[in-house]
Ligand binder design. Structure first.
Ligand code: F6R
Length: 243
């Protein structure tokens, strides 16, 4: 596990974008695993800026997003598909048929999850997986539990996650209760895992996940076992890490 300290959110975003950009330069047909949420917005903005300057070419890149709300079709304003279009895909030269997000419009859980695992296999797995972390230690929507769930699966979101995601919806009732998420296996099999985290509110979960025991009760803790795991945090988020 490599821990990189960033001065602030902007610095964290630039450092993360640098690593992603290096990956794409080294392997123009790289498979990038991507995340939504507030944390990666600055990273995407930085990548877009460099793309517009002519420094990064995404024409050969494939992206596999971590998760999607079950029941939200692509066109829905709160879908993760839409989020990715607005913050990233619309502004770069990625091919539409190289973009993968779990199919939230498919209500058949088994089929939707199997299909996503087949896609991950077909593209040959993930070269670099970008992650945020939830307040309860979730990665993707792998919520705390008794076991690590390996494949893509449907989850019922925890109260804490619904609470955290409320900010993107008009009210609590509008937050979907279920989501499809990539499982722990595809994340752990990624060539490189890059987690970004900022803010004092994440300091405690960062300490529990990366300075404590590996347990499915804190899903992110498994990343301690990944051979190429990089954590980039701002001062506040890393304030409880003793280093
Ligand atoms: C989103 C995702 C989630 C977020 C996490 C942190 O695709 O997979 O695990 O990374 O909930 O969200 P933010 O960045 O909004 O704090």
């Amino acid at each position: 596990m490599k821990i990189i300290r960033a001065k602030d959110y902007k610095d964290m975003s630039r450092k993360a974008a640098n690593i992603i950009s290096a990956q794409v330069i080294m392997k123009p047909d790289a498979v990038l695993g991507l995340a939504t949420g507030g944390t990666p917005v600055g990273t995407y903005a930085q990548l877009v800026e460099w793309h517009k300057k002519g420094d990064i070419d995404f024409s050969g890149v494939t992206t596999i997003n971590l998760d999607e709300y079950r029941g939200l079709p692509r066109g829905h304003k709160q879908s993760y598909w839409h989020f990715m279009q607005v913050h990233f895909f619309q502004h770069i030269n990625i091919r539409e048929d190289h973009i993968f997000v779990p199919d939230g419009s498919n209500l058949d859980k088994e089929e939707a999850c199997l299909e996503y695992d087949r896609i991950i296999q077909r593209v040959g797995g993930i070269d670099l997986q970008l992650l945020g972390i939830g307040m309860d230690g979730h990665i993707g929507f792998n919520e705390p539990g008794e076991v690590f769930k390996l494949g893509t699966h449907c989850v019922t979101l925890t109260e804490s996650t619904i609470e955290a995601n409320m900010r993107f919806f008009h009210n609590r009732e509008d937050v979907p209760r279920q989501a499809y998420t990539m499982g722990i296996q595809a994340i752990m099999q990624a060539g490189k895992v890059l987690m970004i985290v900022n803010g004092e509110h994440k300091a405690q979960i960062i300490q529990r996940a990366f300075a404590g025991v590996v347990t499915p009760k804190i899903p992110a803790s498994i990343l301690q076992l990944h051979p190429n795991f990089i954590l980039i945090g701002d001062e506040a988020a890393l304030s409880k890490m003793d280093m």
